[in-house]
Ligand binder design. Structure first.
Ligand code: GLN
Length: 199
């Protein structure tokens, strides 16, 4: 069984732990480099990307995280987590850094004030059956992607789910719904990566 961490600095950590456990992974919170070293994959939750970024530095986990992502550890970011996985932010707060890993430019809070939160059905490539219910909360969208990035979903012409190799990101929050098919997809990515090893 794959062991999957949830970066537990800020944001909706508990919901991801529950979703991962439902999708047949062993899920645990990760704050320190030693904890990061012990997981087969990692979820970066929704929350506030500027805060997560600052705390990642404070906890000394930013560089180890970059190294593991470069090394091919599967990662999944939702909302603020998507921002953290972007190689570039269009409108960064001063000093805001990301982990990177996906060759994309994201726009924070892109869906605008009057629409800060909404739900919409989203068809996601790789997820069979009905579209997923996308919960968007001050959500980013993906402004542009590089050639190696697979676009998995769009909403009203804007990219809201992507994958590049072992890195997956969604603008929306599947952990806030009872539908854990995207978490199951991520657990499969972690399993596939470890198939030659000991998982
Ligand atoms: N707007 C937040 C940010 O920029 C993301 C919101 C969320 O994760 N729900 O980090």
């Amino acid at each position: 069984t794959p062991v999957i961490g949830v970066l537990a600095l800020q944001g909706d950590v508990r919901e991801h732990l529950i979703a991962l456990a439902t999708a047949d992974a062993v899920a645990r919170p990760v704050r320190r480099p030693e904890e990061l070293a012990e997981v087969d994959g990692l979820v970066v939750p929704g929350g506030e990307s500027t805060t997560i970024s600052k705390l990642a530095h404070l906890f000394g986990v930013m560089e180890p995280l970059r190294a593991r992502v470069r090394d091919g550890m599967p990662v999944y970011g939702t909302c603020a987590g998507m921002i953290m996985l972007a190689d570039k932010i269009l409108d960064p707060r001063s000093g805001q850094e990301t982990v990177g890993g996906i060759d994309m430019i994201v726009r924070r809070n892109a869906f605008g004030r009057q629409n800060e939160s909404f739900e919409a059905s989203v068809a996601v490539r790789g997820v069979d059956g009905d579209p997923v219910e996308g919960v968007f909360i001050r959500a980013p969208w993906v402004e542009s992607v590089g050639a190696d990035v697979e676009v998995l979903a769009e909403h009203e012409g804007h990219i809201v789910a992507v994958r590049q190799g072992n890195a997956l990101a969604t603008s929306f929050h599947p952990e806030l719904t009872g539908d854990h098919r995207i978490h199951a997809l991520f657990v499969e990515m972690v399993r596939a990566k470890g198939a030659s090893g000991s998982l």
